[in-house]
Ligand binder design. Structure first.
Ligand SMILES: [Zn+2]
Length: 317
């Protein structure tokens, strides 16, 4: 089979490797594609703690496709079943999945691309946000995740204020159901706009989805008294400065909405697939770039540079 190998930082090559055999409790998937994730960028860019070459297919973890073979002891899955799966080497034609880490795709999604992990991630963040009808929800940062959260919050009956530095992202946010959009440019200007939109009450829920210092700080300023500040961005490049005095004064709940337990991911994926079937979320317009497997490097560069119009890249096997 063909698998993409990250041989050294910023070097991806297609290699022919053996198709793996499913062990007990596993299934072999013939992948249709996999999503390309911003969390793979440190590995792509090269950090001291990574070893190269990486395993074939790594770090693809957003794959979907059909069950090709079933390992011992697996029940409820058969050859030909179409599934999304949380796996670890999905930038390839085939990958192994634990049967427990697969989610069966219904007929209604027969032609849909389903990179399960980021969809499940959005569901899990949404759940921890505890958004209720009638609330005002600010979403700071409209990438793939922020756009999905906009769809979910709008569907739940909240009034969404979407904030992004990118103009086209605000167009996406509007299409996803945002009631208001604000350019993420000037600190005091943004605060003033949100103050006016909420008549000085600020937002019951604020979701920060950028992973950057300033938007995190801004997100605190936009959170109402007894509101909930949900940190969904990845803050992995050093310490952050936040205004605890303000958090403390307003008595806000601060939630770090990440999951580490794979079972939570798969649970979120199951709900995401269900919500896709019901039309509650529609990620399809957000897959702005589709590239064949041998162009994984380009897809990662797009994910890093986020050119105008970019929301999410998929590579297809
Ligand atoms: Zn991911």
């Amino acid at each position: 089979m063909q698998a993409c190998v990250i041989a050294s930082p910023q070097q991806a090559t297609l290699q022919t490797v053996d198709i793996p055999e499913p062990g007990p409790g596993q299934v072999l998937l013939r992948l249709e594609g996999s999503g390309v994730c911003a969390s793979s960028l440190p590995l792509w860019e090269g950090r001291d703690w990574f070893q190269y070459p990486q395993q074939p297919g790594a770090p693809g973890h957003e794959g979907w496709g059909r069950v090709e073979a079933v390992g011992a002891g697996v029940s409820g899955l058969a050859r030909g079943d179409r599934v999304a799966a949380l796996t670890y080497r999905a930038h390839a034609e085939y990958d192994l999945a634990e049967a427990s880490a697969t989610v069966r795709l219904p007929e209604a999604l027969a032609s849909a691309a389903v990179p399960g992990e980021p969809l499940g991630c959005a569901v899990n963040i949404f759940r921890r946000s505890q958004i209720e009808r009638g609330q005002t929800v600010a979403i700071v940062g409209i990438g793939f995740l922020g756009a999905l959260l906009t769809q979910m919050a709008a569907h739940a009956g909240a009034r969404v204020i979407a904030l992004s530095r990118r103009g086209f992202s605000l167009d996406f946010a509007r299409a996803c159901g945002a009631a208001h959009t604000i350019a993420l440019d000037d600190h005091w200007k943004v605060i003033e706009q949100v103050k006016q939109l909420t008549e000085g009450r600020w937002c019951e829920r604020v979701i920060e989805a950028t992973g950057l210092q300033w938007p995190l700080q801004l997100a605190g300023e936009l959170t109402a008294e007894r509101g909930r500040l949900v940190i969904a961005g990845y803050h992995q490049d050093g310490m952050r400065e936040v205004n605890v005095q303000l958090w403390n004064w307003r008595g806000i709940d601060v939630i770090n909405a990440h999951e580490r337990d794979p079972r939570m991911y798969v649970d979120g994926m199951r709900t995401a697939v269900d919500w896709m079937s019901q039309g509650i979320i529609d990620p399809e317009p957000l897959y702005t770039h589709r590239l064949p497997l041998d162009r994984l490097g380009e897809a990662l560069e797009l994910t890093r540079n986020r050119p105008d119009g970019f929301m999410k890249a998929l590579v297809t096997a």
